[in-house]
Ligand binder design. Sequence first.
Ligand code: AMP
Length: 419
Amino acid sequence: MSFEKLGLIKPLLDAIGESGYSEPTNIQNRAIPLVLQKYDIFATAQTGTGKTAAFALPLLQRLRKTAPEARKLRALVIAPTRELCVQIHDDFETYGKYMGLHIDLIVSGKDINTQRKRLKSGVDIVIATPGRILELAESGLSLNDIEIFVLDEADRMLDMGFVKEIRKIHPLLPKRHQTLLFSATYSEKVRRLSKLILTKPAFIESAKKNSTVDTINQIAYRVDEDKKAALTSYLIGSRNYPQVLVFTRTKTSADALVAELLKDGLKAGVIHGDKTKANRLKTLDQFREGKLRVLVATDIASRGLDIEELPYVINYELPSVPEDYVHRVGRTGRAGREGEAITLIDIYEKYDIKDIERVIGKKIPKETVAGFEPDPTIRREDREEVKLKSEHKKPEEKRFKKSTKKAPTQKKRKTTKRG
Ligand code: AMP
């Protein structure tokens, strides 16, 4: 199927051509005609499937008959993180460059009065984080003319506790509007939300439930916790990885790892919830421009990243939630390209990786790297205790809002080493 056959208009086809896309991805083939026919959509799609264009292109087309003098807010896209909003906004600007529509980015952390003024001056489409758009709507911004409401990464928004905001935004929209819900996973929470906000939706499942993209080669290396940083440097250096994205579970370990990598002479940067938005975007840009070879990120930052042709991902620590593994490795193997996801597991993470394997529905091969074999004298005390520890590990995003809480340090876990 070609983009023309999907019924897209010339200004969009021209922009797509300039983006270098030769044919639509699976989700684009399925979603574009349905959105153009004004269906509500419930789509499970991971980052890397082309899902942003799957809603952006038909949305832009639906809004094409806007007279500049009658500009009003007709489409609202909400997404969990500022970074993701920035990327969605960039994509809208790219695809919509010949459409003459005003597309604005309304995220927290920016001056609200400036945003209010911009919105008053006439905007067709807003890409926003849920909290900020609700704040604006509760202080006078009308959502009465919204024709299309998009929730991107709905599962992540719910995980981050945005359900209250979504429940408050929804009644502010006019009775008749089209809703497009995109979620990487099909969880009970998302299903409940869909019942509330969707009317007779068309279901699109672009990837197998919670499955990882097939083109990604996944492998886990067993290694002791205190050798993980050295192994990370070794893998990047010895295998000559041009660029790699490394995920940690906590901000503390992200910072500690970057310090080690820098000591090893690798150009590395870090993004996590304690960094300012400007700092995160700057680091991301440096990585995109190739000035950084390694980008270390926590899960909070992981969802929004859109970095093209990234062949390697290293999971330095397992995520707190198994589903996040899917999102992490979704950074690689994009749009059919091959990718490699390496996971480093210490003895404490043995059970957590089983949870991940259950979620992705396949076994991840486990090996060791010569010179980094785990010390056989290190034992877990017992399974219950280890389980308990992993339950107490808090994901970074939860601490993100209450940043006064300290991240658990790695040292604590070393007490179980026996001689
Ligand atoms: P997304 O899943 O929206 O995060 O998109 C993943 C990546 O695929 C982005 O870098 C897009 O620019 C790219 N992309 C989207 N649609 C296509 C397409 N039809 N052909 C090739 N690349 C695409």
